[in-house]
Design a protein around this ligand. Structure first.
Ligand code: ZN
Length: 123
């Protein structure tokens, strides 16, 4: 597997583009979320923490949410649909169009969804 999928995010961060770095990291980490790749999730969470430490305000908050979400994904495997997978709380203030994987079927659903439109899972 690719050694560092966060390379572009790190480069954006190095250029001082923290927001862009987070967007990049979010997209690059999605396969790890779906595939329960603990190693990559840990790397992404560490990167988000790094961004959080170097930023402030909304960007810092978003970075902390990402770190918390990715850490929760490591601790809560998808076959044990526990509370950590009720992740809407991480994204309460996220843009409405943001999506995350359904804990039941792993299709991407809107953060605000009450029911998964693919499998009917209640969220
Ligand atoms: Zn679903």
């Amino acid at each position: 597997m690719n050694d560092d999928v966060l390379l572009e995010a790190r480069e954006a961060f190095a250029r001082g583009r923290a927001d862009e770095a987070l967007q990049e990291a979010w997209q690059m980490t999605m396969p790890a979320v779906l595939g329960q790749d603990a190693e990559q999730l840990a790397r992404s969470a560490a990167f988000a923490e790094e961004v959080a430490c170097a930023t402030s305000g909304g960007t810092q908050k978003e970075a902390r949410q990402y770190a918390a979400y990715w850490s929760a994904c490591i601790e809560e495997p998808r076959d044990r649909q526990g509370t950590a997978w009720n992740i809407k709380s991480w994204f309460r203030r996220a843009p409405r169009e943001r999506r995350y994987p359904c804990p039941q079927c792993a299709e991407l659903i809107l953060v605000d969804a009450k029911v998964c439109r693919f499998c009917g899972h209640g969220l």
